[in-house]
Design a protein around this ligand. Structure first.
Ligand code: NAG
Ligand code: NAG
Ligand code: NAG
Length: 551
């Protein structure tokens, strides 16, 4: 025991250095938040006549598309457990809860001819409960769950979606805009368009590369702009809120920093991932990035599409109408890729045509980067720093709110890897703020374990554990919930704050379902964390009386 204690304390000093010097404070009015999305947490997929969304349709028709063949029919059951959710949000000491509205819960068929009072009441209650505790709701109008009926019209590839989305947005502004002061129109349009239409990944899973994703984005940008104009003209003065959009990207790091080709590939990838949506809205000139317009026009011609580019064109009037339609830049980012250009022979075999081929960039990872519970998510905090610096430079210093950042694991309450992720990514954000980037808020993903899209319930992003085997979907704070609560309350990161499981957590852990247990055993990181934390328990016992561990 003694030997192990000495070993561990040496390790702690080695890894974390002097704890006191590792405390860093954020600007005074920094916004702290936590996020979720409707389909991932609500369940109640057909409760009170909720309509069918494209996710309902996909998981029911093709269960094999989900890693564990699960679905969001019940998931974390927030349709019934919303009061408990608000308690959890309150216990995190955040000022903001970011959640999304389910279109088909409010308008079961997608159109305004049929509005569900139960759906309106659900969100109205949730908003009131948040406000009771002084928590600001930040509402995403669209987070991927399109009404199935609208998909049958072509979904986002059909320009008819623009006025229909506007009707939906008008209703939610009328119903909730008196109490909701921060809105985002669309969550991650890149995922909606390329992963939904270009490849067989997210619903509706078209697997039609190189054409519909560009139509989808064209219509999403117009729909977003129409909603923002409507908000500014008819609601904003009275309701005094703000409206933005959430764009997602990883940092695209040149594989060889000294190679001009790799640096060009990095810039091009950022224009394809971020600029596709951000350039029309946030740049001075508006419209798609020039490199996208030129490349896709040239490739379309070479591929025999004639003079009409697969990338649709905006009229001058449309360019003006879209430009400037955001009060802040919402950014979701988790990880980094290494990039180098595809060669002229397309040796990596991208489909032709496709988004990847149009971009002409190959993405790889550094095998030394630390992993997580998701293969795509490697821990590279400096990447977030680089990305927000790039956005700052490219769009002339917009106000950035990081609307999603977080990490997955495979289960359990002792998520010290998540604690380290949050501390290191927040350090990177603070570095950028100190270098003049205007980041006004940070919203961790996610409030609780939930249905993680294609990964089902195999990957956990929550600060709260959810017992999916209990009918009440019992929620228990993980270690990271305590640490994030401490961060939000103190407005600072403190590497020395590493609490151990308390009595409530130990009891909950003893009752964890077997699958959590086996998942923890299956994952090297999780079992290391367990050994680590038991060593910490020993350490705590030895260090009784030393207050520096508790702040
Ligand atoms: C597109 O083609 C034109 C004319 O051949 C050429 O000058 C230009 O460099 C090409 N642009 C890109 C981005 O491929
Ligand atoms: C492309 O293919 C041609 C013919 O097979 C070959 O000569 C050339 O070296 C290849 N170029 C690259 C960059 O791989
Ligand atoms: C950040 O942007 C907001 C909104 O434009 C502005 O009020 C604030 O002064 C900016 N802060 C910094 C540090 O530039």
């Amino acid at each position: 025991m003694r030997a192990s204690f000495k070993f561990i304390s040496v390790l702690i000093v080695a890894i974390h250095g002097d704890p006191v010097s590792k405390t860093r404070t954020f600007p005074q009015d920094f916004l702290w938040g936590v996020g979720s999305s409707a389909y991932q947490i609500e369940g109640g997929w057909n409760a009170d006549n909720k309509g069918e969304s494209i996710w309902d349709r996909m998981v029911h028709t093709y269960p094999d598309k989900i890693v564990d063949q699960s679905n969001g029919d019940i998931t974390s059951d927030s349709y019934h457990q919303w009061r408990r959710d608000v308690q959890m949000v309150k216990d995190l000491h955040v000022s903001t809860y970011r959640f999304s509205l389910s279109w088909t819960r409010i308008m079961p068929g997608g159109y305004m001819n049929h509005v569900s009072t139960a759906g309106i009441k659900y969100y109205s209650n949730l908003i009131d409960e948040l406000l009771r505790y002084n928590i600001t709701p930040m509402v995403t109008i669209y987070h991927w769950d399109l009404p199935q009926r609208l998909q049958e019209l072509g979904g986002w590839t059909n320009p008819e979606i623009i006025p229909i989305f506007k009707d939906y947005a008008r209703l939610v502004l009328e119903m909730f805009g008196d109490r909701v002061k921060t809105w985002t129109t669309l969550n991650e349009p890149w995922h909606v368009c390329e992963y939904g239409y270009g490849v067989d990944y997210m619903a509706p899973s078209y697997d039609f590369p190189g054409i519909p994703a560009y139509l989808c984005t064209h219509n999403m940008l117009k729909a977003h702009a129409e909603v923002v104009h409507m908000y500014r003209e008819q609601f904003q003065k009275r309701q005094r809120g703000r409206m933005g959009i959430t764009i997602d990207s990883s940092w695209m790091q040149p594989k060889d920093a000294n190679s001009p080709e790799d640096r060009e590939a990095s810039e091009r990838a950022l224009q394809f991932y971020v600029g596709w949506f951000a350039h029309p809205i946030f740049s001075k000139e508006g419209n798609y990035p020039k490199v996208m317009i030129d490349r896709i026009r040239n490739l379309s011609r070479e591929q025999g599409f004639g003079s009409r580019s697969r990338l649709p064109e905006f009229t001058e009037e449309e360019v003006r109408r879209i430009r400037g339609t955001a009060d802040f830049f919402g950014l979701n980012s988790y990880t980094t890729y290494l990039v180098h250009p595809n060669d002229h022979n397309n040796s990596v075999n991208f489909r032709v045509p496709s988004f990847d081929h149009d971009m002409g960039v190959v993405q790889t990872r550094d095998p030394n980067w630390q992993g997580s519970g998701s293969t795509w998510l490697k821990v590279v905090p400096k990447g977030l720093y680089n990305l927000i610096r790039w956005i700052h430079r490219e769009y002339d210093g917009p106000e950035i709110i990081i609307t999603e950042n977080g990490v997955s694991d495979r289960g359990g309450l002792e998520d010290y890897a998540r604690v380290d992720y949050l501390n290191s990514y927040l350090s990177a954000v603070l570095d950028a703020i100190e270098d003049g980037v205007n980041v006004s808020g940070y919203i961790v993903w996610s409030l609780m374990d939930s249905f993680e899209w294609k990964a089902g319930f195999t990957e956990k992003f929550g600060l709260y554990h959810v017992d999916f085997n209990s009918p009440k979907r019992t929620r228990t704070p993980k270690i990271s919930a305590k640490v994030y609560g401490h961060i939000c309350k103190s407005n600072s990161i403190d590497w020395s704050y590493r609490p151990v499981l308390d009595e409530q957590q130990l009891v909950a852990m003893a009752q964890l379902p077997a699958d959590d247990d086996s998942l923890a055993k299956a994952s090297g990181a999780a079992s290391t964390a367990t050994i680590w934390s038991w060593s910490l328990v020993l350490l705590m016992v030895t260090l009784v009386g030393l207050n520096t561990w508790h702040c």
